[in-house]
Design a protein around this ligand. Sequence first.
Ligand SMILES: Nc1ncnc2c1ncn2[C@@H]1O[C@H](COP(=O)(O)OP(=O)(O)OP(=O)(O)O)[C@@H](O)[C@H]1O
Length: 268
Amino acid sequence: MSTKKFIEVLGAEMVFDTRKGSFHALRNIDLNVAQGEFVTLIGHSGCGKSTLLNLIAGLTTATGGALICAGREIAGPSPERAVVFQNHSLLPWLSCFENVYLAVERVFGAREGKARMRERTANALAMVGLTAAASKRPNEISGGMKQRVGIARALSMEPKVLLMDEPFGALDALTRAHLQDELLRIVAQTGSTVVMVTHDVDEAVLLSDRIVMMTNGPAATIGEIVDVRLPRPRDRVQLANDSLYMEYRTSVLEFLYHRQAPGVRQAA
Ligand SMILES: Nc1ncnc2c1ncn2[C@@H]1O[C@H](COP(=O)(O)OP(=O)(O)OP(=O)(O)O)[C@@H](O)[C@H]1O
């Protein structure tokens, strides 16, 4: 198996059946993601970013084409592809520790003892800086902390791929910046392969190895891909004045606001 083609999306199509007839959401999506690569999907609202992420997650089945992860066809959801959503979806009656432990137990429960699973849970919480909040319930912590529990829960499953659907979309700018920096550090530490949906151009340039820019729907497809060749580790303050950073930023903005202006529909 080539590590350059860890995730393969081959001519994927997605047509939804709706009450008003069929809706062609995604058309001929071809994308390879390498092992350890950080790829973001960006595009205007409704273009199909979440739909593509859900196909990779195995939460929805493509109506055409094929999707492969680690050499096997994606046939449904799997802990090897953990998903972090915008609304963390934690169980409110469980502590942060218990929320993460639940995921650990589901993945490792059949072959590992409780002590090892508790260790895994504690490690995941430590990775996102939440050791001190482990015994708190979701309603006792901030939005940013809840999102970190969601990330810890995903990481605790030791997924091959981390799929993130606007994970920081609901957070204020400072919390968001802080969590982006943490994600950069965690990904550097774990070597995770990440596919993340975002609306935020700066977030995309800061985090990505490649930015996949999608055309407007219906029948959205990949318009262009930007290779972000900024060295890592990346520092947001230094990058603020970096000319290469500005170039990447401008090319994404040009794609989004000149070539795919909001509200301009594709000819289906
Ligand atoms: N289950 C479904 N049934 C019918 N249509 C759907 C379904 N899911 C998504 N769609 C349609 O497919 C298109 C793409 O939706 P999707 O949520 O993937 O877009 P998005 O780019 O993630 O949007 P946003 O940025 O606003 O979250 C939209 O027109 C949406 O209405």
